[in-house]
Write a protein that binds this ligand. Structure first.
Ligand code: ZN
Length: 87
């Protein structure tokens, strides 16, 4: 029952992630309800491989090939996307 040790914590203004009992982040940053859902379905953490961010080259835990930017840059690019769509 390792999922009992998991909880959601905010990692930035808009994003949360799943953390384990050691306080280690075990999921990519995502919306809080999505992080909670991963705990609820007891499959929070298909852990992810380490990648270098496309933007800033920082190492981060990537969820897969669709996920190539670190949390910070994802937040930034999400903000820009909102701006682009909301013309
Ligand atoms: Zn980055």
């Amino acid at each position: 029952m390792s999922s009992a040790d998991l909880f959601v914590r905010k990692v930035s203004t808009n994003l949360s992630a799943v953390f384990n009992s050691k306080g280690e982040q075990v999921s990519p940053a995502m919306a809080a309800h999505e992080a909670q859902r991963r705990i609820d379905i007891k499959r929070p953490v298909l852990m992810t491989s380490e990648r270098a961010c496309l933007c800033c080259n920082e190492r981060f835990q990537s969820e897969g090939s669709h996920n190539r930017m670190c949390d910070k840059c994802r937040v930034k690019s999400a903000g820009m996307a909102d701006y682009a769509y909301g013309r």
